[in-house]
Each structure stands twice: as structure tokens, then as C-alpha cells.
Design a protein around this ligand. Structure first.
Ligand SMILES: NC(=O)c1ccc[n+]([C@@H]2O[C@H](COP(=O)([O-])OP(=O)(O)OC[C@H]3O[C@@H](n4cnc5c(N)ncnc54)[C@H](O)[C@@H]3O)[C@@H](O)[C@H]2O)c1
Length: 409
């Protein structure tokens, strides 16, 4: 029987990850019965693209009228908890985009709602479904480097993808939790999952070194900026049909400006971040994220009792050109080296998006690696970022348990 599903959020991710597949390739598994977004223009635009799915003016009416089995949440990060909690309390299962939420208080409220409702919350960590990431998990589980004791992770966002977070709601801590929550939740989740470990202590530094008021030649938005000819980060909102229809034409409704200046004063998130994590089993993570790199990608080294694993992927810049496979390299204590080349797959996030949707909405798909993530994984990854934010603000080591109000998960 098809699942009756409603969707909260009509922005970019809601559109390509959920709404379009619900109306097409997942039609046999999903009955798409309602759509809600605070911006009704955006919601109606999306509805028209998806067979005129009913658009509701408020969430409660949608729940009462559409009577869904599952609520999918793809609104801005700091609003996820409202719909997750209301969905669970109405007796629905909930599927939320990452990050599950943005701070410890909201996280505790979500966990309590899941416990009292007896329903299930899924967090869509699509990175777990990328074949390269899954192969690393498989090899670590086979013990190829023994028990992992240390992970070193460097993540680079380039000046296209990275800059985009500084144009809109992500650029304010209150809406996104900053990149250490919004973006790093993916990376912390991957490390937690690979190491099969629970974080305990967090220390971090963060700085706004490149974006924000670090440049004299700046304005309020690209569309009207006097510096648009000279600025290498100029973003042309009118050129792209989707940006034009979903954001520029919808501005009048809620004042969501998609092309704000990345050098404006009000930005309060960091673009340069270093985080240290100690896990309950004693393992350590050393993590960095930079959002103005000349190339996009990541590098990780995992050291275990029986050797070292090196993994990396470059998505833009000279090293990304002509890459058809990604390599996992294992170095044993006796010097022996083993390499695995994993073909790069097409599709959203290396095909991860499609595989994740199938597992959530079709069901019955075996999950030997534990790729389907729930609230514990959602909490543990966002809480590292939330703890890092507290650590940066207060200059101290922060325990995960204090963000959970002293409770254990
Ligand atoms: N897993 C991934 O790879 C991935 C990629 C991109 C985005 N995301 C996540 O998807 C979510 C949406 O991101 P996006 O890029 O589509 O952003 P977006 O700005 O394009 O869309 C956000 C939508 O939320 C709506 N909204 C704002 N406040 C709301 C509220 N109180 N109630 C209902 N709707 C509200 C906005 O009007 C907008 O339509 C975020 O949580 C983001 O972290 C995940």
C-alpha cells in the first residue's frame, strides 16, 4: 500500500530530493497528499511542477485534512523541530532533512517527542549512501585497520558552494547553527558511523576570516550592488530560471533574499573552523572546515590498532578533473599497502539521494551496514557542532551530556 506523505518546505532541497521524485519515480510507493511552506508563492510554484499537489496555508490544517502516515521536513534548519515534534505527536513517522535540529534544547525536545509517541524519526544522511563512503564502512567493519583510534578530517568548501551559505539564512547562527551544525553534521555523522563511537567531549575554534565585513567593496544584495562588475562572488539571481521563479518572484511574500552580499555586516557564522572531539571509547577526531577554499573536497586519515586508512575526494579544482574513481588506501604496520578504487557514480550526491529514498519510502531493502539513520545518529552529529559553537563562544571544553541536560541517549 502507498504511504500518504506530506512535505514541509518548498525550497531547493524539498523540490529535487522529495517533491519531484514523489510525483514521478516514487509514485508507486508514495501518495503525495499535501505541501506546506511559510512562503505560499514558493509552495504554489512547486505544486504546479508536481501535479498540483494540495498546498495548505498552515501545518495543522494540512495534518487534519490530508491525514498523512509520514511527514517529511525540508524547511530551514532551526524550524525542523516544530514539524518533527508535531508530526510525531500526531502519530506519524517523520523523515527530516539534516541537521535534525540546531541546538541541545531542541534536540532534547525531539528525542522526548519520539519516545512518548512511539513513532519513528529518520534523518536523511545521504552521504552514508554514497558507494565510496559505504565501502569505507564495510572495510572498517571487517577490521582492516583494527580498532580506529584517531580520525583526521579536513573539509574544503570552494568559493562557489561555500559562498552560497553566506548569502542567505545559513549565514546566521539562529537559523542554521552555523556551518558546524548545518554542514558538519554530515561529516560528524560519517565519522561517528565509521568509528561506531559516541562523542563525549568537544573543543573548538571558529573565525569569520574571509566573508562578512572583511571587504570594503560590498553592498546589501547582488541584484542592486554597485560592485557587481568587479566582484568575483557576484551571484546573478535573474539568470537561472529556478532561482528567478522560486526566490526572486517570491520575495514579496516573506522578504527571503537569495542573493544577499556575502560581505555584509550581519553574518555571524564562521568560515574557518577547527574542532577536537574525544569519544566515549577514547578515540579522537581532529576536524577542520574552511568555506573559501580554491577547490572543493575532503581528506581523511583514520588510524587504527592494525594500520592506517587514507580516503579523499575532490569535487572541484584541478585535482577533480577526469576523476572516474576514488581510492581507499590502507597501509599496514609492516609497510604492506592495499588500494581499492571505487567508481564514481552519477546522480544526486553520488547516487546517495536515490538510494536513500528507496530505502525510506519503498521499505524491505536490507540494511547490513546500518545506513538508515535515526534520531540517535541525528543527535550525536548535530550535538558535536552545537557543542563546538558553545566551545567557541565560551572558550572551554563542552560535554555532549550537558547539551542533553545530563541525560544519556
Ligand atoms: N542532505 C543534503 O545534502 C541537503 C542539501 C541541501 C539542503 N539540505 C537541507 O534541506 C533543508 C532546506 O534547505 P534548502 O537548501 O532547500 O533551503 P531553501 O532556502 O531553498 O528552502 C527552505 C524553505 O523553508 C521555508 N521555510 C522557512 N521557514 C519556514 C517555516 N517556519 N515553516 C515552513 N517553511 C519554512 C522557506 O520559505 C523555504 O522555502 C535544510 O534543512 C537543509 O539543511 C540538505
Amino acid at each position: 500500500m502507498r504511504k500518504k506523505v506530506v512535505l514541509v518546505g518548498a525550497g531547493s532541497r524539498a523540490r529535487y530530493m522529495f517533491a519531484k521524485p514523489f510525483a514521478a519515480e516514487l509514485k508507486d510507493a508514495v501518495e503525495f497528499v499535501g505541501l506546506y511552506d511559510v512562503n505560499q508563492i514558493r509552495a504554489r510554484t512547486l505544486s504546479e511542477e508536481c501535479g498540483n499537489v494540495p498546498v495548505f496555508q498552515d501545518f495543522r490544517t494540512m495534518m487534519e485534512t490530508a491525514r498523512p502516515d509520514t511527514v517529511v521536513v525540508a524547511s530551514t534548519d532551526a524550524t525542523h523541530h516544530e514539524y518533527i515534534i508535531a508530526g510525531l505527536d500526531t502519530g506519524c513517522d517523520v523523515v527530516t532533512e539534516k541537521p535534525m535540529t540546531t541546538d541541545g534544547d531542541k534536540c532534547r525536545a525531539i528525542l522526548a517527542a519520539e519516545r512518548r509517541s512511539g513513532r519513528k524519526l529518520t534523518v536523511t544522511f545521504n552521504l552514508r549512501f554514497v558507494p565510496y563512503m559505504a565501502r569505507v564502512k564495510e572495510l572498517l567493519r571487517q577490521g582492516v585497520i583494527g580498532q580506529v583510534q584517531h580520525a583526521s578530517v579536513d573539509w574544503f568548501l570552494d568559493r562557489s558552494h561555500g559562498a552560497d551559505y553566506f548569502r542567505r539564512w545559513h549565514s546566521q547562527l539562529e537559523h542554521s547553527g552555523g556551518l558546524l551544525v548545518h554542514k558538519s553534521t554530515h561529516h560528524f555523522d560519517i565519522v561517528n558511523w565509521w568509528m561506531d563511537a559516541t562523542p563525549e567531549l568537544v573543543h573548538a575554534f571558529g573565525r569569520l576570516a574571509f566573508y562578512g565585513p572583511n571587504r570594503e567593496a560590498r553592498g546589501s544584495r547582488c541584484l542592486t550592488c554597485a560592485h557587481k562588475q568587479a566582484c568575483e562572488l557576484y551571484f546573478d539571481l535573474e539568470r537561472n530560471d529556478l532561482h528567478n521563479r522560486y526566490y526572486l518572484q517570491a520575495e514579496g511574500e516573506d522578504g527571503y533574499i537569495r542573493d544577499k552580499c556575502v560581505f555584509r555586516d550581519e553574518i555571524d557564522i564562521y568560515d574557518t573552523m577547527s574542532v577536537q572531539v574525544r569519544y566515549q571509547n577514547g578515540a579522537q577526531l581532529s576536524y577542520s572546515l574552511v568555506a573559501y577554499s580554491p577547490e572543493e573536497g575532503w581528506k581523511m586519515t583514520l588510524t587504527g590498532t592494525e594500520g592506517r586508512m587514507e580516503v579523499a575526494a575532490m569535487h572541484s579544482g584541478p585535482l577533480s578533473k577526469g576523476v572516474h574513481s576514488e581510492r581507499i588506501r590502507i597501509i599496514k604496520p609492516n609497510g604492506e599497502t592495499v588500494s581499492y578504487d571505487i567508481p564514481v557514480s552519477g546522480g544526486g550526491h553520488g547516487g546517495g539521494d536515490e538510494r536513500l529514498l528507496d530505502m525510506i519510502f519503498r521499505g524491505g531493502i536490507p540494511d547490513p551496514l546500518g545506513q538508515h539513520a535515526g534520531s540517535t545518529a541525528g543527535a550525536m552529529s548535530l550535538l558535536i557542532g552545537a557543542a563546538a559553537n558553545v566551545s567557541i563562544a565560551e572558550g572551554r571544553v563542552v560535554t555532549i551530556q550537558e547539551l542533553l541536560g545530563g541525560n544519556k541517549i
